[in-house]
Unconditional design. Structure first.
Lengths: 206, 214
């Protein structure tokens, strides 16, 4: 605790780095998943392929994934971000696609009857109705990304893992506690926050 | 090219590779076995309660969000380094998905089906064994599958707290920037995770009663 109080600025910087790489990865993953998910919702074959490939990526152990990328992109933030994007794709593509598929057919028919074109239906009907499911996917992806980012400190990506690794190598327990507990807190807070958002969206939709 | 060098590294140090692989499998399998032994009975018991279940499931939901490396790291200052602390941390990681799925699996068995079984004259025990368990098994197995992949993935990280396993090659490879060594750890770990996922997926399908298969 005393270590934490004396070095809170170090923890704050690590936390900030952690949040920045997590948000960067999530934004990239969200953009890819939105396109892939919309296509997958329309075409069964795209759905199966996208989920097959992203599911495969999702199963690879985090540290193994980071290691396999080293010969290609080296150490650093790029490596970490590619890995974090890869890990969030499966959950987000699946949820975007199922969210759109669950929109009742007669709602889409009614929109067509009102003279909306495909783009308008997507933007004004399908995506808004799919939003709670998409946010549910975003929630799992966020927790996953925060977890991967801890490991990514090992390939020099920065973040809270830095404290853990330097604590382990110098056998300095307070540093490990500070890094690990802050990472846990970040994951729990992000999870609860997005759960609230999801519930609010569901209530609003009902 | 790297792949060939990685293969040559394995051929040059077969006992080092096999012992790391064995440690990895032993660590993962024991953690999974202990977690199953705790979480499945606990989940079944909890499904009959209300207050305790709410508490335990909320706890499991929080546990599920905790980063694997953070859990491993938190165990180290308390239990030290080595196989046993790693086993403890990995067991903790495996508990939430199995507990949550077992609880949900038993809860979702429809009361009508249980009523029908009772009407056919089955005893409480027979209902447990012949109706509830077969219906719950596929969902329980889905939880075990998630936990298994997570544990194999976590066991790679156990190298940081001296747990051994395939992660040792990766950490050594990064430390010395020896690329072939990275592959010696990363490729078998990946294959192990993918293989386990497939195996448990197949088992899960086999467990599904014929009438429920789609």
């Amino acid at each position: 605790m005393t270590w934490f109080l004396r070095n809170w600025d170090q923890v704050a910087i690590a936390l900030w780095e952690h949040i920045v790489i997590s948000l960067t990865s999530l934004s990239i993953a969200f953009a890819i998943s939105l396109v892939a998910g919309i296509l997958a919702a329309r075409h069964e074959r795209v759905f199966r392929w996208a989920l097959g490939v992203s599911g495969l990526l999702y199963t690879i152990p985090t540290l193994a994934f980071l290691a396999l990328l080293i010969p290609v992109v080296g150490l650093g933030r790029t490596n970490a971000i590619i890995c974090m994007v890869a890990f969030s794709l499966m959950i987000m593509i699946r949820n975007v696609a199922t969210g759109i598929r669950e929109v009742p057919g007669d709602v889409v028919e009614a929109a067509k009857g009102m003279g909306m074109d495909a783009g308008e239906i997507l933007r004004r009907i399908e995506l808004p109705l799919a939003l709670p499911v998409i946010v549910a996917g975003l929630r799992i992806a966020t927790v996953t990304v925060i977890s991967v980012a801890v490991v990514a400190a090992y390939v020099n990506a920065g973040g809270l893992g830095t404290l853990i690794f330097s604590g382990i190598s110098s056998d300095h327990a307070p540093k490990i506690w500070a890094g690990a507990l802050t990472a846990c807190a970040l994951a729990v807070v992000a999870d609860l926050g997005l759960a609230q958002l999801e519930q609010w969206l569901r209530r609003r939709a009902a | 090219m790297l792949l060939v060098e990685a293969w040559q590294f394995i051929l040059a140090h077969p006992e080092r590779f096999l012992s790391a692989l064995w440690t990895h499998i032993a660590l993962s399998a024991s953690a999974l076995a202990i977690a199953i032994a705790i979480a499945v009975p606990l989940g079944v018991v909890l499904s009959g309660t209300r207050r305790a279940a709410q508490f335990a499931i909320a706890g499991a939901n929080v546990g599920r969000t905790l980063p694997s490396l953070a859990v491993l790291a938190l165990v180290m200052p308390i239990m030290g380094t080595g196989f046993v602390p790693s086993l403890f941390a990995l067991t903790l990681l495996a508990l939430p998905p199995i507990l949550i799925n077992t609880y949900t699996a038993v809860r979702q068995v429809e009361p009508d089906v249980v009523d029908a079984a009772r009407g056919m004259g089955m005893t409480r025990n027979e209902i447990r064994r012949k109706v509830e368990l077969p219906l719950a098994l596929p969902v329980i197995f889905a939880g075990i599958r998630t936990a298994a992949v997570q544990v194999i993935s976590g066991a790679v990280l156990a190298a940081y707290i001296g747990g051994g396993g395939l992660g040792d090659f990766i950490t050594a490879g990064i430390a010395m920037m020896a690329l072939p060594q990275l592959f010696v750890g990363a490729i078998p770990a990946t294959l192990l995770a993918l293989g386990t996922d497939r195996l448990f997926g197949a088992l899960q399908r086999a467990m599904t009663p014929a009438g429920l298969r789609s």
